[in-house]
Ligand binder design. Structure first.
Ligand SMILES: *Cc1c(COP(=O)(O)O)cnc(C)c1O
Length: 404
């Protein structure tokens, strides 16, 4: 008899963005002349860097000749890209990650969602709250039990380690700089998590999709800057937010050779080997032309162009941060991440603040409670908009909150 993976029936319906879209459409229908400004989008808006476009064109033209044509590529990714990543993202920062330990993919969502394919179903999971929903849903699909570490104003958005009385989670998801709060962890705070994972035999799954937005000199860019992390951590990165590849699709996963898990028969198994085996079965690689485009991000021109787009977004973030702070609001994030985490006025919840900003300021935001219960009382703003829209949105919000 045909049956379901019934764990899928335990997934929460994805209300958040559907509900936002519904409320926005309803408002727009009643107020067709209002120009809404959207600061809720989690997608980049600036075009790809010229160096990336040139690399795409060159790679496309190569496909027109028998000599240049590329069919199936290596599942793990072309060495030219894995080497560029190893050299630029790691060795240049004094971090030892070799090209062999890098797996190219079609974006971090795939691997953050798929990585636990190679791990037992009975592993317990810890995520932060609020959280990027992929970690929760992909583990729900396996029927794993999930616990939440709240990140609040009270704890400075630093998740607390599980108490000694609680059973240790075997999988720990950390995302820093964080989506949605825009906050970071210091090297000391990350060291505590790595020490905890080593002491309890846990695996950390570290999502650093926003690494390139870090400007504070003391914020770690990679978990591998932390002592012992190579033995207990897998790191996920993406060209999506770094270089505007949300449509092109390319990211990578680092699985250090030291990360091992003991099987039920006592065999020490390298996760990198198992992950390679999984990928060669279920994945046939990221397109050659896309990998050439990603390689161009590391050329001197590419680096400069990508840096200037990130600077544009972070200038937006600074403008929004300043404007909201001037209204007396304690804004979080926005310094090392393109997200601002904004508390609602006293007595207003996430959806209440969302509605007020939609109806009175004509600005679309994302209610924080949609990312988890600890997000209640906040909204998330993104810095991915156009400069003039960010400025206009801030003056609308100021007028609205001052009751003008
Ligand atoms: C945007 C984002 C990613 C990147 O996803 P891609 O699949 O690479 O586009 C990964 N993690 C988080 C938390 C994100 O917000």
């Amino acid at each position: 008899m045909l049956t379901l993976n019934e764990n899928f029936l335990h997934l929460q319906a994805n209300y958040l963005f559907a509900e936002i879209a519904h409320r926005v459409a309803d408002f727009q229908q009643r107020n067709p002349d209002v120009r809404l400004i959207r600061l809720g989008i989690g997608d980049v808006t600036q075009p790809l860097a010229p160096a990336v476009i040139e690399a795409l064109h060159r790679a496309v033209d190569e496909q027109a000749s028998a000599e240049g044509f590329r069919g199936y590529g290596p599942e793990q990714g072309y060495l030219f890209l894995r080497q560029a990543i190893s050299d630029n993202d790691y060795r240049a920062r004094g971090i030892e990650v070799s090209a062999d330990e890098i797996f190219i993919n079609d974006g971090a969502k795939s691997d953050t969602g798929n990585f636990t394919d190679i791990l037992g179903r009975d592993n317990t999971v810890l995520v932060t709250d609020p959280v990027y929903p992929v970690y929760v849903d992909s583990n729900t699909m396996f029927g794993r039990s999930i616990s939440f570490a709240p990140c609040t104003v009270e704890n400075g958005f630093v998740p607390a380690l599980p108490g000694d009385d609680a059973p240790a989670p075997s999988l720990i998801y950390l995302c820093y700089p964080n989506n949605p709060t825009g906050t970071t962890l210091s090297a000391c705070e990350l060291q505590r998590w790595v020490d905890y994972a080593l002491a309890h035999n846990s695996l950390i799954l570290y999502d650093s999709a926003y690494e390139s937005y870090i400007s504070s000199p003391d914020v770690p860019h990679s978990i591998y800057e932390i002592r012992g992390a190579r033995r207990c951590t897998v790191e996920f990165r993406s060209f999506s937010k770094t270089a505007g590849f949300t449509g092109l699709r390319c990211g990578y996963t680092v699985v250090p050779t030291e990360v091992e898990v003991v099987s039920s028969t006592g065999q020490r198994v390298r996760l990198a080997n198992l992950w390679r085996r999984r990928q060669t079965t279920k994945f046939n690689g990221t397109p050659y032309i896309v990998q050439r485009a990603a390689e161009a991000v590391y050329s001197p021109e590419g680096r400069e162009q990508v840096r200037s787009t990130i600077a544009y977004y972070m200038q937006n973030a600074a403008i929004m941060h300043r404007a909201l702070s001037e209204l007396g609001i304690n804004v979080y994030g926005g310094k090392d991440a393109p997200y601002l985490w904004v508390p609602a006025p006293a007595g207003t919840d996430s959806w209440g603040f969302f509605n007020r900003l939609l109806h009175e300021a004509h600005v679309v935001t994302t209610p924080g409670v949609g990312f988890g219960p600890a997000g209640e009382g906040f909204i998330r703003l993104t810095a991915f908009g156009k400069r003039e829209d960010c400025i206009e949105a801030m003056s609308r919000i100021a007028r609205c909150l001052k009751g003008e």
